[in-house]
Write a protein that binds this ligand. Structure first.
Ligand code: ATP
Ligand code: MG
Length: 245
């Protein structure tokens, strides 16, 4: 589908198209399409651009991944459909492991997502054989592979609130990308990026490249200066002012 350049909603429609294509390829679950719609609504109110708050959170997230011992990036269907190359590059720049982790898990979809990541240049992809269970969480979504199991810092784009809480209980630092600042995920994460994943991942790569040579102390200072609660409140105010406009 070609959307004319003059179309005022071109960028948003192209992202939507990426998701429906991902659905046809079997990467995206039906419910993933609906979840995206909720995200679009918040993005609309944010003017579909990265706010100052989001940029600050993206920089802190890059610093957290770079200072981790065992960083991991959890990839679900929507993330694989929208930012496969970005996920692989972010993993490479930050030395993170990639793990396929699905809420609506099927072996077939997992395999397809693994293949899509490989096609985008990934080395090892975790999550195709699940060895561990996250304590206190029911069902298939509790199964994880070594990357998430051993991680001290996990990036979970578009994660579910329940699982965020369970990962926190395991003592992990959780970084979430979620356009809804009111969701449980947004509220439970240590670093919440209220931005569209299609902008958040490239921005994190940019920050990680800039921060890569810095010493641990400088990274720790960035993390110390970051206040997730204040940042989230500011994002919420931004959405409210979007509503007034
Ligand atoms: P929670 O379980 O955390 O309370 P929820 O149940 O409301 O959240 P889920 O269905 O678990 O929501 O996850 C979808 C979330 O992902 C929504 O909050 C939505 O705003 C967000 N989202 C969807 N698409 C994107 C996107 N492209 N970029 C960033 N966030 C997105
Ligand atoms: Mg949920």
């Amino acid at each position: 589908m070609r959307i004319p350049n003059s179309h005022p909603r071109k960028a948003s429609l192209e992202v939507r198209h990426g998701l429906t294509e991902g659905y046809k390829k079997g990467l995206v679950a039906e419910a993933g399409l609906i979840a995206h719609g909720r995200g679009e609504c918040f993005d609309y109110l944010l003017g579909e651009k990265t706010s100052l708050q989001a940029a600050t959170a993206e920089k802190a997230a890059a610093a957290a991944l770079l200072s981790a011992e065992n960083p991991a990036i959890s990839v679900n269907g929507n993330t694989a459909a929208l930012v496969p190359g970005g996920s692989v590059n972010l993993a490479r720049v930050t030395g993170s492991k990639l793990e396929v982790n699905l809420f609506y898990r099927t072996k077939k979809r997992e395999g397809l997502i693994g293949k899509a990541l490989k096609k985008a240049g990934a080395g090892k992809v975790y999550g195709l054989s699940k060895k561990h269970r996250i304590p206190g969480l029911g069902g298939e979504r509790a199964n994880v592979d070594d990357a998430i199991w051993k991680a001290d810092v996990v990036l979970v784009p578009l994660e579910d609130g329940d699982r965020t809480e369970a990962l926190k209980r395991m003592g992990k630092t959780v970084i979430a990308v979620d356009l809804n600042p009111l969701s449980r995920t947004a509220r439970k994460a240590d670093i919440t990026i209220v931005d569209n994943v299609v902008r958040a991942i490239p921005n994190m790569i940019k920050h990680a490249r800039q921060l890569k040579g810095k010493d641990k102390k400088q990274l720790a200072q960035i993390l110390k200066n970051f206040d997730n609660k204040k940042n989230l409140e500011a994002s919420e105010r931004l959405i409210r002012s979007g509503l007034k406009r």
